[in-house]
Design a binder for this molecule. Structure first.
Ligand SMILES: C=CC1=C(C)c2cc3[nH]c(cc4nc(cc5[nH]c(cc1n2)c(C)c5CCC(=O)O)C(CCC(=O)O)=C4C)c(C)c3C=C
Ligand SMILES: [Fe+2]
Length: 399
């Protein structure tokens, strides 16, 4: 239903005909948090925070407040009007009526929180650890780690920024912003043949072609959601988040022959098809068994290293949900562009870490430079009336 433009700025700000998109909601409540297997909208922010907490009560209060703000932001509604002698209730970025705009707010905890807070001792998810440097990394400490990560995704970047500012304002007592990266992806829209091509990254290749099907609940239970006796009971239904800020050396890439670019990824640039079936489509499954020496798809091609498609490599699957970022120019005159890589998995070691170890030394390294990121654990989902992380707080009270 149309909103008057002066009442709903994120409807007003949307391109003509997009008002319906601004009114769309992604349910906040459920067995798992939204923003992981839900469709990726065009914009995202990954922000991490250091927490200022004295006691477990503070932690509980912080989680309750964060849940309340996320409930409001993802559902939308009128902004309370206050006495003008007081600061306004919000930033005003979206006007007096906030539209949900497909916003998701996904909350995850970092290793440092569990290591520092005595009342969380013994409750850390089994695979959560501090990200260490891989061989091609040039990590900037100011862009790494954090006690808490919040991923904001929405149709419009204004909506993500509004949500971030709302959280900063309402939780200023507990949260200190550590670093953040804003990203975007071209909208994934069905083409003339009815199929939906994956968005392209800043190296010009389709990204996401071989992702597992996020609508397949059984596959997600296996690949994305934590469970099983290895993990503490409170953590069931969560997911490990691997975040990497990966610069793309785009000037060097743009001077690289097309054939070489395609051999580096193992896919055709124009349609994303694997090299062994160049006229097929990005959804075609490559047949590496028919190419044991790597004559068609080099053995060190990115996709072949990342997923050799053997029975054994099934355990290394993950769900990638990245955004492109562009942050203007660097002092040396190069573009500051790259991939805000975000991957979700049930087992961080078998997923991201094992795959990154296989990718170490790949030819793509000449064109990319990881500069930051961290590992986090997304809390299980929340039901109405409850708050995010209540299972952890209850476990901490029992221990
Ligand atoms: C450790 C995990 C991975 C990192 C880091 C990574 C970085 C990275 N990837 C691209 C571009 C593409 N990646 C593609 C496929 C792909 N990548 C990973 C993992 C990491 N990538 C996996 C598991 C896969 C799927 C492999 C498969 O199952 O066949 C592709 C091909 C299209 C697709 O399936 O998405 C591209 C293109 C960049 C640019 C990058 C760092 C900047
Ligand atoms: Fe990749």
């Amino acid at each position: 239903q149309d909103q008057p433009p002066d009442q709903a700025r994120n409807v007003d700000a949307a391109p003509h005909g997009q008002a319906e998109a601004a009114a769309r909601r992604v349910p906040f409540h459920g067995p798992h948090q939204a923003g992981i297997t839900t469709p990726r909208p065009a914009n995202g922010i990954l922000a991490t925070f250091d927490l200022v907490l004295g006691t477990l009560d503070d932690f509980q209060r912080m989680l309750q407040l964060l849940t309340q703000r996320a409930e409001f932001l993802t559902a939308g509604g009128p902004v309370p009007q206050r006495d003008p002698k007081l600061p306004p209730a919000d930033s005003g970025l979206l006007g007096p009526m906030v539209s949900p705009d497909n916003l998701t707010v996904t909350v995850a905890l970092g290793d440092s929180l569990f290591e520092r807070q005595p009342w969380l001792s013994g409750l850390k998810p089994a695979r959560l650890q501090r990200m260490v440097q891989f061989r091609n990394d040039a990590l900037d400490p100011a862009l790494c780690h954090g006690d808490l990560s919040i991923q904001f995704c929405a149709n419009l970047q204004d909506t993500c920024l509004y949500a971030l500012r709302d959280v900063l304002k309402n939780l200023s007592e507990f949260l200190v912003l550590r670093w953040m990266v804003e990203g975007s992806v071209p909208p994934e829209l069905p083409g003339p043949d009815g199929t939906t091509p994956s968005a392209r990254n800043f190296l010009g290749f389709r990204d996401g072609s071989a992702n597992p099907d996020a609508t397949d609940a059984a596959a997600m239970d296996r690949i994305v959601w934590t469970g099983g006796k290895d993990e503490p009971e409170w953590a069931h239904g969560g997911s490990y988040q691997a975040v990497r800020i990966i610069r793309n050396l785009v000037e060097r890439w743009d001077r690289t022959p097309l054939r070489e670019q395609e051999r580096i990824f193992g896919r055709m640039k124009h349609n994303g098809a694997p090299l062994d079936a160049p006229d097929s489509s990005e959804r075609h499954t490559p047949d590496y068994a028919a190419d044991p020496e790597g004559e068609t798809t080099p053995m060190n091609a990115h996709i072949r290293l990342a997923n050799p498609r053997t029975p054994d490599s099934q355990k290394n699957l993950m769900l990638r949900r990245p955004f492109n970022y562009s942050r203007g120019a660097m002092k040396n005159g190069q573009l500051d562009q790259g991939l805000l890589f975000i991957a979700w998995q049930a087992d961080l070691e078998a997923g991201f870490i094992a795959v990154q170890e296989k990718l170490n030394g790949e030819p793509l390294e000449e064109y990319i430079k990881p500069i930051g990121g961290g590992y986090f654990f997304a809390l299980p989902g929340v039901q109405p009336g409850d708050y995010l992380g209540s299972s952890l707080v209850n476990a901490a009270r029992r221990s």
